[in-house]
Design a binder for this molecule. Structure first.
Ligand code: PBG
Length: 331
């Protein structure tokens, strides 16, 4: 007989069987934790998005049907992003508060067909801006904060009027949470929540998303409003401000490269913390899997588990529907 070590503590004992591993797992993913970002356009065809293999830009009909399908998988909410026709874009992005525009029509159609589904809406000017910026661009190229906030508040009210449950400002202008809260309340929408993109970094991982919406900045970059990837104290400062202004939830974005930021906010936050696994994070997994280099299911679940383990209560991910399906079958 081989020599038996005198080891009272053997961590491997808790890993002996699938049942035991399931029993002691500290972090689990569930469909109710995940929100699915979805793209839509005015065309009546559903189109595969070239820059994001496996993701579709939906027609209005296609979108409503797809929301029904993902609801059946246990996903409780979707986040909507519109591709707006170039002819409707302008420097002040007025189309963003047109009550008959594509976006409010989509919100109404989803809430009519699936009233139980949470509809989370994006507030920012980039899909509507002829310059492709989240704010109004001055002639000298500066992004005008206070003028933009006024438009964002109108955009939020327009979305709430159409039936949005949660307004999610992704623009990173200063003071927009308070302005949106005031505007919603003044319009009677005291029950509509705000999920603020609190620590949104100026990230190269947004590239595929901008391809999906044709919303890349025409000139310059977003570094005067989105955060520098080297900073974490600044995330805490944004957090304090957003909570004081009335944010009901805060978000870190991207997620995977910013797990320490998620952790820091989770440690102090008095509101739920969300994290957004963005298009570039999705694409790295999707592309490597399509090339046969990674196991898509295993890597997607591992990255999302890591994001939750870091402290996220809610994860926005393009894998939400597929993970919900995968969770129905054990690997
Ligand atoms: C813009 C917005 C972006 C994303 C969500 N809202 C891109 C950007 O800031 O340029 C990116 C999401 C993703 O990459 O999946 N308001």
């Amino acid at each position: 007989m081989t020599h038996q070590l005198d080891l009272p503590i053997r961590p491997r004992r808790n890993r002996t069987s699938p049942a035991l591993r399931d029993l002691v797992r500290e972090t689990t993913l569930t469909p109710a934790d995940m929100l699915l970002p979805m793209f839509l356009h005015v065309d009546d065809h559903d189109v595969p998005i070239e820059s994001m293999p496996g993701v579709t830009r939906w027609s209005l009909d296609g979108l409503v049907k797809e929301v029904g399908r993902v609801a059946g998988l246990g996903i409780r909410g979707v986040v909507l992003f519109p591709k707006i026709d170039d002819a409707l874009k302008s420097s002040r992005g007025e189309e963003c508060h047109n009550p008959d525009g594509l976006y409010p029509r989509a919100i109404r159609a989803i809430k009519d067909a699936h009233p139980e589904m949470l509809v989370i809406t994006d507030v920012a000017l980039d899909p509507y801006s002829s310059e492709g910026h989240d704010g109004i661009v001055a002639p000298d190229g500066r992004i005008l904060n206070d003028e933009t906030v006024e438009v964002l508040a109108k955009q939020a009210v327009c979305q709430a009027d159409a039936g949005a449950d949660i307004i999610a400002p992704s623009d990173m202008m200063d003071g927009r949470v308070e302005a949106i809260r005031d505007a919603l309340d003044a319009d009677g929408h005291t029950d509509v929540g705000i999920m603020s993109y609190t620590a949104k970094y100026a990230s190269a991982f947004y590239g595929p998303f901008r391809g999906a919406l044709d919303s890349a900045p025409k000139s310059g970059d977003k570094k005067t409003y989105q955060m520098d990837p080297g900073n974490v104290r600044e995330a805490l400062r944004e957090y304090e401000q957003d909570v004081l202004e009335g944010a009901d939830m805060v978000m870190v974005k991207p997620a995977g490269p910013y797990l320490d930021v998620i952790r820091r906010l989770a440690e102090v936050s008095t509101v739920p913390v969300a994290a957004y696994q963005v298009s570039g994070e999705y694409l790295m997994i999707a592309a490597a899997s399509r090339a046969g280099w990674l196991d898509e299911r295993a890597v997607a679940i591992e990255t999302l588990t890591g994001i939750k383990r870091a402290g996220a209560d809610i994860v926005l991910t393009y894998y939400a529907d597929r993970v919900a399906e995968w969770l129905q079958t054990t690997s």
